[in-house]
Design a protein around this ligand. Structure first.
Ligand SMILES: [Zn+2]
Ligand SMILES: [Zn+2]
Length: 258
């Protein structure tokens, strides 16, 4: 057993060395060699002050609740109760997500999970039973070769010890980036459903140390995504989780557009 562990450690270190030789780390902001985010670019990434965000939808400058959440027409209906994000969406944050998703720099998954964890109120981890994520649709997974938020959620699960669930499935719908607010809502209304029992992925705990479950009934869930633009994606996915029996959903995204 100890021999096996030693072999495993050697193999991981060998594969890290090979990765570094073949695909050296480059800063997502300035392309400098050596690290994924250099100190200078890290300092330049606009942070959302977690004390000053809207506690409900996570928008920057919300103080207690933002104008959308306390508006005269009443608050936006949301399926999740609270939300948090480390970064405001800007050029550097956009580059980070593009390099991660479309240029396959999967080592950014850890950076994203750590950034979220840094700003997440500590009591969320005690409160939560499970971590879930907004999955990419099948076409995107085929094209990229991986589900980017699944990797972030796995890292988040490793870092917090929270159990992971893969119950959400995304249908192939139109690309959200070209749509206006009302078109997005319409497009998203049919975007998420519970994965078929047979299609729900279970990871092998013995291999990767991640515990997961398909049972979300009666659970408090932290839902992760990369970018929150209009709250619509998180809202609809959160609704699916609540309909399936989750008690409460809180959201966390790497970036927040506002
Ligand atoms: Zn840099
Ligand atoms: Zn708000």
């Amino acid at each position: 057993m100890i021999e096996n562990q030693k072999l495993e450690t050697h193999l991981i270190s060998l594969s890290n060395t090979l990765m570094e030789l073949l695909w050296p780390l480059r800063c997502v902001g300035c392309d400098k060699l050596g690290e994924l985010l250099c100190e200078h670019c890290d300092d330049d990434l606009p942070r959302i002050d977690s004390q000053n965000r809207c506690k409900r939808c996570g928008a920057p400058y919300g103080c207690i609740v933002c104008t959308e959440c306390s508006g005269t027409k009443g608050p936006l209906p949301l399926s999740y109760t609270m939300s948090v994000s480390p970064f405001e969406f800007c050029d550097a944050a956009a580059r980070l997500t593009v390099i991660y998703k479309d240029q396959h720099e999967q080592r950014l998954a850890t950076l994203c999970a750590l950034a979220i964890l840094e700003v997440m109120p500590k009591d969320w981890i005690q409160w939560a039973d499970l971590v879930c994520y907004i999955p990419a649709d099948r076409r995107a997974i085929r094209k990229r070769g991986f589900c980017h938020m699944r990797l972030v959620a796995e890292e988040f699960s490793r870092l917090t010890g929270l159990m992971l669930t893969h119950v959400l499935q995304k249908e192939t719908v139109r690309d959200q980036r070209s749509l206006n607010r009302s078109e997005r809502a319409e497009n998203l209304a049919r975007a998420f459903r519970l994965a078929d029992t047979s299609a729900r992925v279970m990871t092998n705990e013995k291999i990767n140390g991640i515990k997961d479950t398909t049972d979300i009934s009666g659970k408090n869930i932290i839902l992760l995504d990369d970018v929150c633009t209009t709250t619509a994606t998180l809202n609809i996915a959160g609704e699916v989780l609540l309909t399936a029996g989750a008690i409460e959903v809180r959201a966390a995204t790497v970036c927040r557009v506002y």
